[in-house]
Design a protein around this ligand. Structure first.
Ligand code: PFF
Length: 443
């Protein structure tokens, strides 16, 4: 096998560890911050239905393909795809399917960390009681005062990247696995508590109508595209994470079954996040379609008014921060894995070096909230451009390449060997989706 020598790749120590890590990657700001406001803007139940169709119709097939490439190549995404392409007698150029992931992860983490830093800031301010005085008239100003404060936002961005580096530097067993085995159960526990609380004190009836009664009059082509982008982002596809995690999956773990569990858990969390947020929003007569400000501007108003809001609000932002951290480590992992095996730099140095480079790029996104808020080009601020580039170009392109490579360029016998399909019908359906439906949708 030509190309870089395969690193002595470790395996997850158990199937559960892999599941926690992959679900941790999928469950993030996308589920708790983005999904509820996108559903709010996109016709509630109508958006949810379209989203579900994309998750299981497009996302799961691509996830199975990515996991297969990772496990078969047993290296970081670019080298894994190159190695599989070689085994299949295909061009080295297919490694672009892995490269786009590593580059995309680098770009996404740079701004993901800034938003995650914002959740840390809100968490501390909630627990300390300093946002307990917010009301509808000053909540947006408060948000502006935090995001307008360059050093503060930079500090939180640095702290969040520091946490991410600290986990990834410790490696698969001592870092990632350990972190997710503590954080994921904590995340589920907080989420269940918040949903129970919201259902008990909030307006559950309006929430159910809003989230589950489809209003197709609000659906536009843009809503559909947004739902597809959200499904991809939420499942952590095409950004190297799932492929990199796939490289550590033991041979006896079923990849299709894993993909369904990951997608199911991810979707459940997105919907539960809606069930934690909207009952409170409706109960306090607030606006459900407030866009990105739903979590940072609308919700704090409700937390400030409710009894025990300091704890409920603090717990909510803690939930967001945990979700963001377990996703961020999965974004740093493919980069570190590549630096390690390709450049021979040890893990600690790779994590620190890669993390610092990402932190520096992220300063552009920090500035987009304050000093550079009016500096716009192409699609808007630096942050808008990074978001556009990754969401609208890199992710669909990476997903398309993965689907075409696995669907059309790998030998059936290799795919069968990797997936060991139990059902012929399931296998045929998966291949059909991967060969025809996914390329069409992503193209
Ligand atoms: N899935 C994460 C979320 O929903 O917030 C974000 C993410 C993590 C996207 C890792 C892509 C990725 F590779």
């Amino acid at each position: 096998m030509a190309g870089p020598a395969p690193a002595a790749h470790e395996n997850w120590s158990s199937r559960l560890a892999f599941m926690f890590a992959a679900i941790g990657s999928a469950v993030g700001l996308g589920n708790i911050w983005k999904f509820p406001y996108e559903a709010g803007e996109g016709g509630g139940g109508a958006f949810v239905l379209i989203y579900l169709a994309f998750v299981f119709g497009i996302g799961v097939p691509v996830m199975i393909a990515e996991l297969s490439l990772g496990r078969r190549g047993k290296m970081s995404p670019p080298n894994a795809v190159r190695s599989v392409a070689k085994q299949e007698g295909r061009s080295n150029l297919w490694s672009i399917a892995g490269w786009s992931g590593v580059i995309g992860a680098f770009l996404v983490l740079s701004f993901y960390s800034v938003i995650a830093g914002l959740t840390l800031s809100y968490m501390v301010d909630s627990f300390s009681g300093s946002i307990d005085t917010l009301d509808a008239s000053n909540s947006a100003d408060y948000f502006g005062s935090i995001t307008g404060n360059f050093p503060l936002l930079l500090l939180w961005h640095a702290i969040f990247m520091g946490l991410t580096i600290a986990v990834v530097a410790r490696g698969i067993h001592g870092g990632l696995e350990k972190a997710v085995t503590w954080l994921m159960p904590a995340l589920f526990a907080i989420l269940i508590l918040l949903v129970t609380y919201a259902m008990a004190v909030g307006d559950a009836a309006s929430t159910f109508t809003f989230l589950f009664q489809p209003d197709f009059s609000k659906v536009t082509l843009e809503t559909v595209i947004q739902a597809l982008g959200q499904a991809f982002f939420s499942l952590s596809l095409a950004l190297g994470s799932i492929m990199a995690y796939g490289a550590y999956v033991p041979r006896d773990v079923s990849l299709p079954k894993s993909a369904f569990i990951i997608a199911g858990a991810d979707t459940a969390v997105a919907i539960l996040a809606g069930l934690a947020i909207f009952p409170i929003v409706f109960q306090y007569g607030l606006e459900p379609g407030a866009g990105p400000g739903l979590v940072f501007i609308t919700l704090p108003v409700a937390f400030a008014q409710m009894p025990g809001g300091i704890l409920v609000g603090g717990a909510f932002f803690l939930l967001l921060a945990i979700a963001a951290l377990t996703s961020a480590i999965s974004l740093l992992e493919p980069i570190v894995a590549w630096l390690e095996e390709h450049r021979g730099i040890n893990r600690v140095k790779s994590a620190i070096g890669g993390g610092i480079a990402i932190f520096i790029l992220g300063i552009g996104s920090v500035l987009s909230f304050n000093y550079w808020a009016d500096v716009t080009f192409l699609r808007g601020t630096v942050l808008d451009n990074l978001d556009f580039l990754t969401n609208n170009i890199i992710m669909p392109l990476g997903g398309l390449l993965v689907a075409v490579f696995v669907g059309w360029r790998m030998k059936r016998i290799s795919i069968r060997d990797e997936l060991a399909p139990k059902s012929e019908f399931g296998f045929a359906l998966w291949l059909f989706m991967l060969r025809y439906v996914c390329p069409l949708a992503l193209g």
